[in-house]
Design a protein around this ligand. Structure first.
Ligand SMILES: Nc1ncnc2c1ncn2[C@@H]1O[C@H](COP(=O)(O)OP(=O)(O)OP(=O)(O)O)[C@@H](O)[C@H]1O
Length: 229
């Protein structure tokens, strides 16, 4: 379980007058379940990219349980992410031609950590997300089933944090409901901190805290409102 602390963070791009993300201070406790919302262009994807180390901020610090990932080299950040972050994206990022279980195991195989115990866990996880055919080719699965495979893959190595970017956006209501419930169940099972970018009110309502971005700034934080109340 990992905690997050962001200090004096700015993300700028050449040709733009002001940073697309500017966060003076943000803390997320280990095990907290947080929704990140905001309009189009408010900085949600940039926020996800920076906290997962997919992008390096222009300035500032991103501490995960005390370790500033912004100071790591790109290779070290990639290694850190593979070990500590379970990513669930809107468009799944699964590999056609591979089966469900091969997709779940692929990152672990690339990291050379897929031992017998992890292979057994991959099968158990697919069963627990309600998929009974681990050898089914990914391209033959429904979108809801694909997202369930992506969740199993994200939690395989019991990551300190699960980060999901619009995980229910391309699903119908019923599949979205299932995926939302599974994300919460799995985060509970692995004891992971959970950060979910979403517009899905049903999913947002199930989380502990809501952070709203506007023009790259935090414009509302339900935790601060509670503290202020
Ligand atoms: N590489 C880049 N170069 C220049 N501008 C960028 C770059 N990446 C993002 N931006 C700008 O930063 C702002 C925030 O983008 P971001 O993708 O984080 O928003 P978002 O909230 O995820 O939007 P959406 O919900 O539409 O996906 C936008 O104005 C975008 O144009």
């Amino acid at each position: 379980m990992l905690s997050l602390r962001i200090d004096n963070l700015a993300m700028s791009f050449a040709g733009l007058n002001s940073p697309v993300l500017l966060v003076d201070l943000l803390t997320i406790a280990a095990g907290e379940r947080v929704a990140v919302t905001g309009g189009s262009g408010s900085g949600k994807s940039t926020f996800i990219n920076v906290i997962t180390g997919l992008e390096c901020p222009t300035s500032g610090k991103v501490f995960w349980s005390g370790e500033d990932i912004a100071r790591l080299s790109e290779t070290a950040r990639d290694r850190w992410r593979a070990e500590h972050v379970g990513l669930v994206m809107q468009d799944f990022h699964l590999f056609p031609g591979l089966s469900a279980v091969e997709n779940v195991l692929l990152p672990a195989r690339l990291a050379r950590v897929a031992d017998a115990a992890l292979i057994a866990r991959a099968h158990d996880l697919l069963a627990s997300v309600g998929l009974s055919r681990p050898d089914q080719k990914i391209e033959t699965m429904s979108r809801g089933e694909m997202q369930r495979v992506a969740i199993a893959r994200a939690v395989l190595r019991k990551p300190g944090v699960i980060v999901a970017d619009e995980p229910t956006a391309s699903l119908d209501v019923e599949a979205g409901e299932t995926v939302g419930r599974l994300l919460l169940d799995m985060a509970g099972e692995t004891g992971s901190t959970l950060i979910v970018v979403s517009h899905d009110q049903r999913l947002i309502d199930r989380l502990d805290r809501r952070i709203t971005l506007g023009a790259g700034r935090i414009v509302a934080d339900s935790l601060r409102e509670e503290v202020a109340a």
